[in-house]
Design a protein around this ligand. Structure first.
Ligand code: F6R
Length: 622
């Protein structure tokens, strides 16, 4: 949903490279947030230098001459188009009529048409179709009415409705970058002689690991010497020049040191982040299993008293939620349901103080999940965030937070964060079973010791699967459509596998409960139609009848299944045989061949798996 960056240096050349180059590098680290267009603005001796273009950074680097632009203060943007098609003119930064104010934005200004109309009435000329451009003209208008640049910026922000992370340069107040946030993520990075404002931490990890997360309705600026943050107190949306009420924020206690390293945000020899992150899963699980037991101590006490648990998430996080919901029922005997965040609205009437709502989100910023959490909290439910991002919106707004320790995930398709979420929810179910004595002691300790083995089993699954998947990529290039069928935990695992293939290889993939496939989906199956079966262990005979039904119609069948099931191997054209482990712990392992299959299918079809078309890593629009 767009990536923004702002950099202020104490002196020119401090980063040992031109500022334009630094902006380009930061934007590369944010490209997972959108890549429809790219642009930057730098305050130089000649005034405001602005360059922008449709296309990905690598494709337009020479056209934009990043490396030839230097200064001490600049902003940049990589776009995921919402208002206005991807084009040079719709690329950010956007400027006012005078060309003295440059704005980059992530989010959606909901009242932009109304504001635009007023501004056109006051003589402003708009060049783009974007919602963002109103911000530049609005600041200009308030300046014309007599406000100083920073006051005009605050006033403009107070008039905006919708979501925004904004970063603004104004020639009349040089060497400051103004910023504001509502809903869309924004973090400040503080380094030696340099300050950043950005949509996400990986943008500036090379220079700073001390961060302040900007909160909703905060405005402020970074300059060479200071960080100023104010809370915007009144948002009355009046078109007048009364300065909006603000309160200065003491942010000193909000500085967090991040333990991510710059290497984590680099490809480290892998051709793509997605492949690197698939390989990092054992480590992500190891790190999560080290930290999570302590964090879960308090949480499980509270969850054990719940009448009901709702596990809420979107996309991959929803699939992890489904696994968590099934395990809370199965292992811990807790009434639990998974709900898609954007569908929570239709469940919310029954939510009350007896409920616990666990909001699962890699980014902690997905707006659908945040809205679901807010509403559940308002109705008295205990809310728990499960997220990978420190101080993210979900973490701040929930009663309790559990952090996965997957490290930064840059590839748009979630992989290692899924593994970390699944393992955390599994551990939670086991802890609850222990506390509530809903499972025999032997089973609990057995699961715990298998959990410790999980990273090794995952590493083995990666090596076993990778060569087999490579050999398959010729076949996947002819697929147009595929079913993924499973039962129990095999269903969310199949759903996640299908999502990955759709996202990065653009192959239509549909997951279905295997037993339900004969009630409709089978109508599409004819000679050679690919069907993947996720077989986790306990459901072999049940699923076999579904395999037979598909084969009878000519389906080409693939299985992801445990070793040692030779008796059923003749039913499949292609088999991934994985370690045999307790059914409850299978999803984090059995998803691996599917992740790799999606990755290699994308590469074989000539797509960039790190930047799937039309997708953005953090979805901050409803
Ligand atoms: C799938 C994917 C998306 C996200 C979804 C939720 O590979 O990346 O489906 O899972 O947008 O994002 P988070 O987990 O940040 O809430």
């Amino acid at each position: 949903m767009c990536g923004i960056i702002g950099i202020v240096l104490r002196e020119r050349g401090l980063l040992l490279k031109p500022l334009g180059t630094a902006i380009k590098e930061c934007l590369k680290n944010l490209e997972y947030r959108g890549y429809d267009s790219v642009g930057f603005a730098i305050l130089s001796n000649d005034g405001l230098v602005i360059r922008k273009s449709k296309g990905k950074i690598d494709d337009v680097t020479s056209k934009l001459s990043f490396d030839e632009s230097d200064g001490v203060c600049g902003i940049g943007h990589t776009r995921w188009a919402t208002h206005g098609k991807p084009s040079d003119v719709n690329a950010h930064p956007h400027i006012d009529c005078s060309g003295r104010i440059a704005v980059v934005h992530n989010g959606v200004i909901e009242n932009y048409l109304e504001v635009r109309e007023v501004l056109v009435g006051r003589g402003h000329e708009f060049k783009s179709e974007t919602d963002t451009e109103v911000v530049a003209h609005l600041i200009e208008e308030y300046k014309k009415l007599g406000l100083k640049p920073y006051e005009a910026f605050k006033k403009a922000v107070s008039l905006l409705r919708g979501s925004y992370a904004l970063s603004v340069l104004d020639l009349d107040e040089p060497s400051k970058i103004f910023f504001a946030r509502n809903t869309s993520p924004l973090v400040i990075g503080i380094g030696e002689g340099v300050k950043f404002i950005s949509s996400d931490i990986p943008a500036f990890l090379d220079y700073s690991r001390d961060v302040i997360v900007v909160q909703d309705y905060e405005v402020g600026y970074i300059s060479r010497d200071v960080v100023v943050i104010e809370k915007l107190m009144d948002r009355n949306y009046e078109f007048d020049t009364n300065p909006p009420g603000t309160e200065l924020v003491d942010h000193s206690s909000r500085v967090r040191h991040i333990d991510w390293t710059p290497e984590m945000a680099r490809k480290g020899g892998y051709p793509h982040f997605m492949l690197k992150e698939i390989h990092e899963q054992p480590q992500a699980v190891t790190n999560t299993l080290i930290s999570v037991p302590e964090e879960l101590e308090e949480t499980t006490k509270l969850v054990s008293k719940a009448d009901r648990v709702l596990v809420v998430g979107s996309g991959t996080s929803y699939h992890a939620s489904l696994i968590g919901g099934l395990l809370l029922n199965d292992i811990a005997g807790i009434k639990a349901h998974a709900v898609i965040s954007s569908e929570m609205k239709w469940f919310i009437n029954s939510v009350d103080e007896g409920d616990v709502v666990i909001a699962v989100s890699q980014s902690g910023e997905t707006i659908d999940t945040l809205l679901a959490l807010r509403e559940a909290k308002r109705r008295g439910a205990l809310t728990i965030a499960l997220t990978n991002i420190i101080d993210s919106a979900l973490a701040r707004e929930s009663h309790l937070t559990i952090y996965t320790r997957a490290g930064p995930e840059i590839g748009v398709a979630a992989t290692k964060t899924f593994a970390a979420q699944v393992v955390t929810l599994t551990y939670m179910a086991i802890k609850l079973a222990e506390r509530l004595r809903t499972a025999p002691e032997g089973r609990v300790s057995d699961l715990k010791s298998w959990l410790r083995e999980l990273p090794n089993i995952m590493s083995a699954a990666i090596s076993i699967s990778e060569s087999k998947v490579r050999a398959l990529s010729g076949v996947t290039t002819i697929w147009r459509s595929i079913y993924y069928l499973g039962r129990g935990l095999g269903l969310p695992t199949s759903m996640e596998g299908a999502l990955k293939l759709k996202e990065v290889a653009y192959i239509h993939a549909e997951a279905y409960p295997a037993g339900e496939s004969k009630h409709g989906p089978i109508a599409l199956v004819d000679d050679g139609f690919p069907v993947a079966f996720t077989i986790l262990g306990g459901e072999v005979d049940l699923i076999l009848s579904n395999v037979e039904e598909m084969r009878a119609r000519g389906a080409w069948t693939l299985a992801v299944m445990p070793k040692g099931l030779e008796r059923i191997s003749r039913y499949f054209n292609y088999i991934f045989e994985l370690h045999h482990l307790p059914y409850e712990l299978t999803p984090a392992v059995y998803i691996i061949p599917y992740q790799l299959m999606a990755y290699y299918a994308a590469v074989a079809r000539g797509y960039d798996p790190d930047k799937p078309r039309n997708l953005a890593k953090t979805v901050t629009v409803v």
